[in-house]
Write a protein that binds this ligand. Structure first.
Ligand SMILES: Nc1nc2c(ncn2[C@@H]2O[C@H](COP(=O)(O)OP(=O)(O)OP(=O)(O)O)[C@@H](O)[C@H]2O)c(=O)[nH]1
Ligand SMILES: [Mg+2]
Length: 350
């Protein structure tokens, strides 16, 4: 086993040297900043070659140690993705391991750092990897809020409108929820479609309504909506489906705002697809905000490679999550949001 120390003015420089000499599978044993008395930084990185022979030794303690160490490839990946990793992270093995997991899950550098910081993981004596993992997990759990959208204190119908960009899963999600609430909770359900743009737009919702044996009414304007709501006054739950709008089409979002007005006690929920780019998700969350949505429904979790964008959005929008959808199958592929399930999306190896 070859263990070597490398010194350089930047960690990046040291890593490049190590990669050249020990190969790309080398493991980082420790990283520290040296006090060299000059103005220039000096870092010392201790690394060891990852020799296959060692790894094959049965029950080898080295093998165990190696699983705790950071691979040089990971470190280089981090330097590329985390922008500038602060010294307090890079010189603390436990914090670095957890930081890497967060970044790999798609959590923004700024939030990953914040979680570690509030977990007290950036102090010199911040504990081992397991302790840091537990405390960071608690910090993430603290920011996740969940919401039961059907909770009600009085006997009035709960009216929920689902908004979001084209194809995000609004109609399918309504069908899943309507079916579950009818079949499992015995609720009386009514469906309304606000889609005044597309010919045959209501067909999909109507087809689900027919299967469930529940009424489905169109509403092209506010008057229609008032009429439909009145007709469905006896229902426990009313779901309002809306036409998908591009997150950039502010005039159509404005038109929807004229129909779903504040005086109607309608709770609006925003669907965001985890499989789209994060920039689009963020833009949708901002541009749909005039509709004052009360919760996020994250869709297409099954299609996403990483789900850190869910946490990034929660950090940015500070709203609760009500549901997660996990596939095309109606009514099964939907989960009521639970803090632990959302955390589970991050593959933090709990
Ligand atoms: N993989 C996957 N597909 C989903 C999920 N939810 C919905 N879909 C699929 O996404 C496609 C669009 O779903 P819709 O429910 O029609 O979406 P929408 O938001 O109503 O679309 P518009 O009315 O056109 O704006 C369909 O093929 C759905 O089966 C999900 O959680 N995972
Ligand atoms: Mg639809």
């Amino acid at each position: 086993m070859q263990i070597k120390k490398y010194r350089a003015e930047t960690i990046n420089e040291a890593l490049i040297n190590i990669k050249k000499i020990l190969g790309p599978t080398a493991m980082i044993v420790s990283t520290k900043k040296l006090n060299n008395g000059s103005n220039k930084n000096l870092f010392e990185v201790t690394a060891m070659a990852s020799e296959d022979d060692d790894l094959h030794e049965y029950n080898s303690p080295i093998r165990e140690i190696k699983s705790e160490l950071m691979n040089i490839k990971e470190m280089i990946y981090l330097l590329g993705h985390g922008g500038s990793i602060s010294e307090s992270i890079i010189t603390n093995a436990g914090a670095l391991t957890i930081y890497t997991k967060l970044i790999r899950s798609g959590i923004h550098d700024i939030y990953a750092r914040k979680f570690l910081e509030t977990a007290g993981a950036l102090n010199p004596y911040s504990g081992d990897t397991q302790e840091i993992r537990e405390r960071t997990t608690e910090e993430i759990l603290k920011v996740i809020k969940v919401k039961d959208i059907f909770e009600t204190r009085d006997k009035q119908s709960v009216i929920s409108a689902f908004i979001g960009t084209t194809g995000v899963g609004k109609t399918t999600t309504i069908a899943k929820l309507a079916a579950q609430q009818m079949l499992m909770k015995g609720k009386k359900v009514g469906l309304i479609s606000i889609d005044n743009y597309r010919i045959g737009a209501m067909d999909q919702l109507k087809a689900y309504a027919n299967i469930l044996g529940t009424p489905c009414l169109p509403a092209f304007n506010k008057k229609d909506l008032l009429f439909a709501l009145k007709r469905m006054g006896q229902k426990d739950l009313i779901f309002i489906d809306t036409a998908g709008h591009s997150q950039y089409d502010m005039s159509r979002i404005g038109e929807l705002q004229k129909i779903i007005t504040d005086d109607l006690s309608i709770s609006t929920h925003l669907l965001l697809s985890v499989s789209t780019s994060e920039t689009e998700m963020k833009k949708a969350a901002i541009n749909f905000s005039p509709l004052k949505y009360k919760s996020y429904i994250f869709t297409k979790i099954d299609e996403a490679e990483t789900c850190g964008s869910v946490i990034n959005q929660i950090m940015e929008g500070a709203l609760p999550v009500s549901y997660l959808t996990t596939g095309q199958s109606v009514p099964d592929d939907i989960e009521k949001a639970k803090k632990e399930n959302i955390l589970g999306l991050l593959s933090m190896d709990l």
